[in-house]
Design a protein around this ligand. Sequence first.
Ligand code: AMP
Length: 400
Amino acid sequence: MLNKLTIKDVDIRNKRVFIRVDFNVPLNSELNITDDTRIRSALPTINYAIDEGAKLILASHLGRPKGKRNPALTLATVVKRLRRLLNKDVMFLDDCIGPEVEKVVNSMGSGDVVLLENLRFYAGEEANEDGFAKQLATLADVYVNDAFGTAHRSHASITGITRYVRPAVAGFLVKKEMEYIEGVMANPVRPFVALLGGAKVSGKLGMIKNLEQKVDKVIIGGGMAFTFLKAMGYEVGNSLVEPEMMNIALQIHKLALEKGIKFYLPVDCVVAPGMDPGSETMIVPTQEIPKDWKALDIGPASVKLFTEAIANARTILWNGPMGVFEIDAFSRGTFAVAHAVAESYALTIVGGGDTSNAVDKAGESENMSFISTGGGAVLNLLEGRPLDGIMVLDNRKVKE
Ligand code: AMP
């Protein structure tokens, strides 16, 4: 269980409850929301606070405005969807600090909800400026962090504000995410399989090393597989390789063998001369990647191998696509693996924005045990590192 207090542990009736949410939703070029999962994920906390008669002040960032107002990244886009999902009026304020905001907040009634403008329109948010944090804090009697996707960032609305507001507690999304991921890492039902993919070894090194201490099998697909294969002496053509990671890849492989961990790499792949959608493709064994070609997906034999390897798993943790799934011609491996994970009898945990996107595209979102809303935050937890934004919350007292 999470060793932090949650919104359920504190009195919020008639209090100004500042809820840091993660409404950083993807937008298309016409500024339409293409996936509102992050808004939906915060609803249990928001609805609970409304039912308990709190005054809700919701705050989030959206995109990377880098400290400047940017009309394309206004949270006014989000408030419309939020109103519809809550079936309730939500007042939108076109700023997140200052006397006007304070005036509105101080005149709120029980059950009212306001959404503040994008926190990152101020450079003080990401810089964790004390003055900015203090101004946010003037809006709050209680602080709630329900922004799991940003909980690893030491920003003003995540850590700075807690210097000035107590109680500071977790929302239901943060509680659920933390308990799922930490629970699995601490006490996995075995066999525990890590299915890892994505572009590079370097971005995921900490995770691989930490997982290697805990899992029974490691399966590597995606671009990162080719650094391993190249290091083992295979010809990988123009596939993505990080030369400076080759030695580390060999060490990871050696350690896995020494520890008795089963280690799987692709045995075949989909290759193409380039990455453009219309380019010619071939399926070849990994031993036969042509010199000037790139491997952009795992092939059908690898899908079979990986499917067999996860067949007896009781816990599967999946982070990173098996290929360039954004392009149709290189998406089959990732989708086939998504089906295999979904059909397994394991507890299945999907972490990382790209992976959950791929699972969604494969139509398997409903069939996973748990899909995390956080990318970087999950990576931190899988690396075994605590999250700054969680550490600063009030501890749950352990009963004697
Ligand atoms: P990451 O953010 O590290 O999880 O990487 C995700 C990205 O890796 C996706 O955008 C994929 O297109 C990309 N990717 C997966 N497999 C390959 C590959 N074989 N070559 C190049 N990029 C890949």
